[in-house]
Design a binder for this molecule. Sequence first.
Ligand code: FES
Length: 143
Amino acid sequence: MALYSEKVMDHFRNPRNVGVIENADAVGEVGNAKCGDIMTMYLKIDNDVISDVKFETFGCGSAIASSSMATELIKGKPIAEALELTNKAVAEALDGLPAYKMHCSVLAEGAIKAAIKDYYDKNGIAYDAKQFAEGPECAHCCE
Ligand code: FES
């Protein structure tokens, strides 16, 4: 069996929504000091709906595929729904990731959450800090 699904390979080779939104309403960046992977999400938000999203990922193929899929999953969705997106859902939408690469999908979830937190902070919107507890870690990356 191939290590990576066709969807992973497709999103790795042809990532959707790559780039920067210059006048983004929110920006979230997460990184892992150990493997050096960095992911940045840019959101445009209109009436609590994510009207546009772009990402930049400096990292492994699984991180790029996860970011790409995650942007597709949240585009056009209300913020509240994007907040519910888990790394498991991203991996499932990619038809799976090898177990030791699951942590790469955690970066995508974390970058989205960091961007939404940025939006809340900038706009003085109250939130439960627990929703944004601890950023993602990919502790097993480069061991
Ligand atoms: Fe994939 Fe760190 S995010 S190796």
